[in-house]
Write a protein that binds this ligand. Structure first.
Ligand SMILES: C[S@@+](CC[C@H](N)C(=O)[O-])C[C@H]1O[C@@H](n2cnc3c(N)ncnc32)[C@H](O)[C@@H]1O
Length: 247
């Protein structure tokens, strides 16, 4: 098979056309236990990272925020609670969005939130229609990451901003062995016990390692036409927030 027709699904090359379906199966499987697993896998740190991320998004009451790969809603809910105007939660996976809709009702947040099932690589929104686009822990699961960044820029109004929160590269190499042990031994074991699915968590750990590093992702932002690109490491580079503007 020619190299161009394969893409990484974690550490395994798979036919490009099959990755989206395989990712969908992962999130179908993990959806019911996704939130509790996030707390266990990150030792609660994801809550801090997401609060910092939503502060960086800075969506005000007049802004529309499009949150891509919204999953079970954490980013959209926090943004809404902090005064964002319209919030659109977009995800390719019905099971994740269904969990999110239930959570929104439980938090009294249903008004002002729109749930849209769509592919971030091909957005069903008009050009120049939103002030902010965000994506947390979604980009590494997409088949064509460059297409996602181009689509995000297309739907942003001039003066609008894209922010991406993703796993990145640790800045202290001495910590790599500990991080590897946690990712490749502990995570699948916790996944097997709590979510009854070690394979999905093995994929998630592998996909973290396959994610472009801080500089590479910044270069992809620029190649998509975003400007004033910057990034900020959190927790020593375990994750990073990338930002770029449509001017
Ligand atoms: C790790 S979850 C992140 C959920 C949420 N943003 C959070 O931070 O908790 C990744 C999400 O990306 C979604 N996803 C994967 N590929 C996608 C695509 N091409 N377009 C939109 N969403 C996608 C999955 O369905 C899943 O809900």
């Amino acid at each position: 098979m020619p190299q161009n027709d394969t893409i990484d699904f974690g550490f395994t090359p798979v036919p490009r056309a099959e990755k989206a379906g395989m990712v969908r199966q992962v999130f179908d499987s993990v959806a019911p236990r996704y939130d509790v697993m996030n707390d266990l896998m990150s030792l609660g740190l994801h809550r801090l990272w997401k609060r910092i991320f939503v502060n960086a998004i800075g969506a005000g009451p007049r802004d529309t925020l499009l949150d891509l790969a919204a999953g079970t809603g954490d980013i959209g809910f926090l943004a809404k609670e902090r005064g964002a105007g319209r919030v659109i939660l977009a995800d390719i996976n019905h099971a994740m969005l269904n969990v999110g809709q239930g959570r929104a009702l439980g938090r009294g947040l249903a008004a002002g939130l729109d749930f849209v099932c769509c592919d971030a690589e091909k957005l069903p929104f008009p050009d120049r229609s939103v002030e902010r686009v965000s994506m947390a822990f979604g980009l590494r699961n997409c088949t064509d990451k460059d297409a996602v960044l181009r689509e995000a820029r297309r739907v942003l109004r001039p003066g609008g901003r894209l922010l991406v929160l993703e796993f990145s590269r640790l800045q202290v190499a001495a910590l790599d062995p500990v991080y590897d042990a946690w990712s490749f031994k502990a995570l699948p074991a916790i996944g097997a016990r709590v979510a009854k699915d070690s394979e999905s968590y093995r994929y998630l750990a592998e996909s973290i390692r396959m994610m472009p590093d801080q500089e590479q992702l910044a270069g992809m932002f620029r190649a998509a036409g975003l400007e004033n690109v910057s990034h900020r490491n959190l927790s020593g580079g375990i994750v990073a927030i990338h930002s770029g503007w449509r001017l």
